[in-house]
Write a protein that binds this ligand. Sequence first.
Ligand SMILES: [Mg+2]
Length: 187
Amino acid sequence: MDDELDTRLDAGLRERLRRVRLLLLDVDGVLTDGGLFYGSGDAEMKRFDVKDGAGMFLAGKFGLEVGLLTGKSSSIVAKRAQELGITRVVQGALDKVPALETILGDGRYSLSEMAYIGDDVLDLAVIRRAAFSACPADAHPLVRERVDYVCEHRGGSGAVREVIDLILAAQGKWRLVLEQYWEDAHA
Ligand SMILES: [Mg+2]
């Protein structure tokens, strides 16, 4: 799987992916399909994809930290982040550049180690700064034209997993994943 996924990207992008240690994600339209469900009360609902969730879990386990950077603010995002052990979360960030500075504020990661997935024009400033940028298949055209990689999957439907799979492949981590989940299981 490491080799198979790796061939989708040119050598320059693969080299940048090899250095990525932090994957930042926009939420609405990336981790979700962009739908916002409102009822008559205060409750708001979003739908997440379990394969994206499993990908984020694997990422954390194999040395790729995931963070969330979203323009809206919602307790749902805090809950989902907590479930997945994601601690780098900035919400309510309509201007994403200061939010990016906050998220990188502890100096643990540099921009050259950061990948970002966004779907709309609010994300362009971060897309421009990221070492590797991607968008879901159904992102805004201005975003699709400017990212390093346009996913085959749509937002909320596997785009995040697709990028995590690519990063793990570029870093040769699938061998380690299989060692843990296939070989150990059958030992
Ligand atoms: Mg969005």
